[in-house]
Write a protein that binds this ligand. Structure first.
Ligand code: DAT
Ligand code: MG
Length: 139
């Protein structure tokens, strides 16, 4: 699959703590073009559906509660090698292990409240983007 797009969410902790602007700035300066974007609140049901792949993990309930605890910013991003480059920009899942200067290193609180999502494959980027955006909402 063509790997020039990825999907992201600025998570409830980062939005609530006022980091939306700084994170978007870092994404744009990182060379990513915004193809679609919305400011939206996930219901419990929608958050559960989005993270369905993690249903069997012990942190699933906590993850769903957290992701529906406040508004998020969801976006589709474009760049060559988007998935891999974006994972580099955001850093490791656990902010204590995230490389210096990465978005999670700068803005995340904990492994659960870790500021930002990035798709892990081109295939999942497409599925996740389609979960949030219709064709009319993309540029
Ligand atoms: P990533 O978001 O880096 O792709 P993941 O797909 O393994 O990480 O997990 C999805 C989200 O679930 C992650 O961003 C935060 C939460 N999570 C992962 N591991 C966790 C843990 N051990 N305890 C609490 N929450 C966790
Ligand atoms: Mg993941």
């Amino acid at each position: 699959m063509k790997d020039n797009r990825t999907f992201t969410m600025i998570k409830p902790d980062a939005v609530a703590n006022g980091h939306t602007g700084a994170i978007l700035d870092q994404i744009i300066k990182g060379g990513f073009k915004i193809i679609a974007m919305k400011y939206i609140a996930l219901t419990d049901q929608k958050a559960g559906q989005f993270y369905e792949v993690h249903k069997e993990r012990p942190f699933y309930g906590e993850l769903v509660d957290f992701m529906s605890s406040g508004p998020i910013v969801a976006a589709i991003l474009e760049k060559q090698n988007a998935v891999e480059d974006f994972r580099k920009l955001i850093g490791a899942t656990d902010p204590a292990k995230a490389e210096k200067g990465t978005i999670r290193n700068l803005f995340a609180q904990s492994i659960g409240a870790n500021a930002i999502h990035g798709s892990d494959s081109a295939e999942n980027a497409k599925i996740e983007g389609d979960f949030f955006f219709s064709a009319l909402e993309r540029f």
